[in-house]
Design a protein around this ligand. Sequence first.
Ligand SMILES: [Zn+2]
Length: 399
Amino acid sequence: MFPETLRAARLMDHVRCLAREIGPRPSTSPQERQAADYVKRTLRSLDVANIWEQRFQSQNSLGWATIPYLLAGALAAPLAWAGGRAGRLLGGLLLLAGAFGLHRFSLGRPPFFQRLIATGPSQNVIARFPPAGEAQRHLYLIGHLDTNKQRFLAPLPWPGLVRPLNTASLVLAALGGLTLLLDALLNHRRRATWQWLPGAIPLSFLPALFFDEAQPHVDGANDNASAVAVLLTVAEALQRQPLQNTEVTLLFTGCEEVICVGIEEYLQKYAPPRENSYWIDLEMVGTGNLCFVTRHGINHFSHYTPDPEMVALAARAAGKHPQLNVIGKEMLILEEVANLRHHGYKAICLAGFGDDGYLANWHRLSDNLDNIEPETLERAARYTWALMQEVDRIANKNE
Ligand SMILES: [Zn+2]
């Protein structure tokens, strides 16, 4: 029923090569490049004809996209207190800009100062598989090549607190910014004590952020060697058994961990048509239970949802293969579907989750080969294949 290449042993070989032999693959690093080379070598050994690489520049750490906003927020309170009317005006603007920037960050958007921080080389590896018959639609599968640092803020040790805390911080910063602006415009001299708070929050986060920045990179066996492994075994399956009417593109993205740089670069350069194109992003599918994500986001203002047609297809694939045990589920996650949905594409994310309902070993050193479950990985590969078949069966509009 499922192609023979979608087997646990084969998948584990790829995860071992990426997460143990290459090891941590920081965004823009030589190891990320080695992972890209490994993918290209593997695809060439399968005689895949259409493989290419897209090079681009990116920042090398997540902190570049968050710390400037927090610094802006932290500066607001002292400015407002000491700087008179102009200080309150500037403080208010800084707080609002910080809140707005962090809001955009939590939607996966690049910071407006991206060009200044994108100083390292990275790459996407792209491989295309024509269908057996006439191409009527296009399906993209995405797995990112890079790995993040261990981060105790993302997620917090108590992941249930992430959304409420992020939401409260944004609300406070926005309210603080607005009231400071109003005070400046109406020339109020009295300042409420609570107006310290919006500045105090980023100030208290900054040491923790710098602490995270100093952490080692994780092996990324689950995040996201698991996805790359699935894509490589799917490539092998497609070489023997192409889809009927669906052209497939495998997209191995660079620099996802520093806020989805690779996918944005791909969309900007190639601008694939929105009509008849379908996207599946795989995230951390090597441990625990499996789901297609029905709602994503890391605060209450930045949730995003998959394409409803993709959700229906995903549910159908899960229903046809109950032994694969895949459910639809809301997740605490921020990944490339955010960018794809923002640009109007039909996209969905497949993810793994632990018994607590959250991504397993997410941004922790425990994300290593020892904690990968071959059986989960095999189910993920088979479910991906089942969903690809559902996409291939979508009725052609011309018929
Ligand atoms: Zn990831």
